[in-house]
Design a protein around this ligand. Sequence first.
Ligand SMILES: [Zn+2]
Length: 118
Amino acid sequence: MSRSRKMSGKKTVKQVDARVSELSTQQDAVINKLDALGMEFAGFAQAAANDILKLNHLIYAMLDKEGLITKIECANCGKEVIRPDLDGVDHSEDCPHCGQNLHKSTQVTLDEVTSEEE
Ligand SMILES: [Zn+2]
């Protein structure tokens, strides 16, 4: 029995089990490494985001000091939008908070409702 297996090159059940166990251990090691890499990257991304935020605050503080900032209250969500008044900087009319037009309210006002009824 064992001689014919040796000749056919087929592995025994014990050998297959050992290989499966070995592969499973390797798989766990790879998953652990990926988890560690993921956490390392998340830390890096957070640090980069914090730096960008700091620079953003710094730039807007400098622009504000120079009087180069316009503050707009969104006509739709009411949140304040800060825009730099610089040549060559395109201004979107869309609110970054709600995505609606900053100046035109999309909500139907009471005046519009009453005028429609007349
Ligand atoms: Zn808005």
